[in-house]
Design a protein around this ligand. Structure first.
Ligand code: 13P
Length: 250
């Protein structure tokens, strides 16, 4: 069986003080939930602080995005090598906010996926449809296209050492969580699409749900056969909410 993973995506939020308070607040729940993997993705500038604060805990951490380049004249970028040096385990890639606000195409996402893995980090590949795509029955086609773009470049075997996050764009930051049936339907589709290419990958890869996950919706979502945890935005910034979500994954 797959170990559930609860990951917080803090997005562009935090101060040195709030980061310290948040890590202290979630630490004991993360340490106690020995059958759940817990991770946070702070803004890059807080990675060193999070590394120090989590050194003696079960909390892992990752970047929200990295460059395809490891070094050089790329102003404003964060290298996967740098993130790794500070002890990160993961990097998100292809979050819908990156796709939308930074014009990240499937090709860029695939290149970042490869750069993340080549530098010893686990990519958390974010995929998901917009409301318009859902309403016009394109959900399966959209997630397949997004997966295919990565598989064509990285190879199917590369997905064995990755995490997939299904994040319907219409559920992100809207308070409109997908029902557990809606989410499970897409997760099962993703897993069967993977299975057609590699049973090993399909069995192993954790598929997280993301989009307005809260403490009160987590348990039912995570009880679904193909939902292996959550990628949490807003609720990951609130100690009681994030702790409740960890509890929901036990
Ligand atoms: P919310 O939980 O705030 O909807 O954000 C989800 C998300 O985008 C996580 O990556």
């Amino acid at each position: 069986m797959r170990t559930p993973l609860v990951m917080g995506n803090w997005k562009l939020n935090g101060t040195k003080e709030s980061v310290a308070t948040l890590i202290k607040g979630i630490e004991s729940a993360a340490n106690a939930a020995t059958n759940v993997e817990v991770a946070v993705c702070p803004p890059a500038i807080f990675i060193e602080q999070v590394a120090n604060l989590t050194a003696d805990s079960r909390i892992e951490f990752g970047a929200q995005d990295v460059s395809t380049n490891v070094a050089g004249a790329f102003t404003g970028e964060t290298s996967p090598v740098m993130v790794k040096e500070f002890g990160a385990k993961y990097s998100l890639v292809g979050h819908s906010e990156r796709r939308q606000y930074h014009n990240e195409t499937d090709a860029v996402v695939a290149a970042k996926f490869v750069a993340i893995q080549e530098n010893g980090l686990i990519p958390v590949l974010c995929i998901g449809e917009t409301l318009e795509e859902r309403e016009t029955d394109k959900t399966f086609a959209v997630v397949e296209t997004q997966l295919k773009a990565v598989v064509e470049v990285a190879g199917i075997a590369a997905l064995e050492n990755s995490v997939i996050a299904y994040e319907p764009v219409w559920a992100i930051g809207t308070g409109k969580v997908a029902t557990s049936e809606q989410a499970q339907e897409v997760h099962a589709h993703i897993r069967s699409w993977l299975k057609a290419q590699s049973e090993v990958v399909a069995e192993k890869v954790q598929i997280l749900y993301g989009g307005s996950v809260k403490a009160n919706s987590a348990k039912e979502l995570f009880a679904q056969a193909d939902i292996d945890g959550g990628l949490v935005g807003g609720a990951a910034l609130i100690i009681e909410e994030f702790v409740g979500i960890i509890e929901g994954a036990k």
